[in-house]
Design a protein. Sequence first.
Length: 220
Amino acid sequence: MLNFFDEKQPKTEARDIFFGDLPISQWPSESAPFDSEPWRSFAKARDHLSTGDTQEAIALFRRILAMPGLESRHYLQAWLFLRSFGIQPDAPVAKNVLGVVVEVTLPGGLDILAAYANGTARYLNHSGAAVVWDAPDDSLCRQIESVLRAGKVVVDQIGLWEGPRPAAPPTGQARINILTPSGLYFGQALFDVLSGDQLGGPVIAASTQLMRSMIAKSKG
């Protein structure tokens, strides 16, 4: 299903929802459907944390990870919360690519393209227009998988980012963010430099193709 973000939403808030790293106070949001999973479990975990019952919260985050078929950001959020308690993913899953977010800051503002392992994708144009691909069919699966595969090559060659997620790149620069159970990997440079890079270039190329296909579908 194709639908759109609220164009009145502040850009900083719109950017933050792509990464699966919101604080527990914001995930789930007040508007979440708490009568369904995994929102119910996230909400219960937050309640347990508010009363100091860390172990019950951890058990709920682990339960979320075991739920099949969730949107990738749910798994990223659960891992974020578990890592905050010192619980790290095992080596076989630590570098699994759950999402790739490409940010390009143009003179007019920030463009963001995100591809996720559950087959969904999002594109936010600097104008405020956006397209959400919730995988109503498999027509974009190959292109999304191309972005994720290119991201996996990068993850296998660079180190994990240890600090908080950086602010959006400055004008003229691009950043490739790779989202994994162990945290964030990223590379950043001038757009032309990153596009020509041996590791970054394939991610930029695959993301550009996905973006064009999403725009075409939104117009069709």
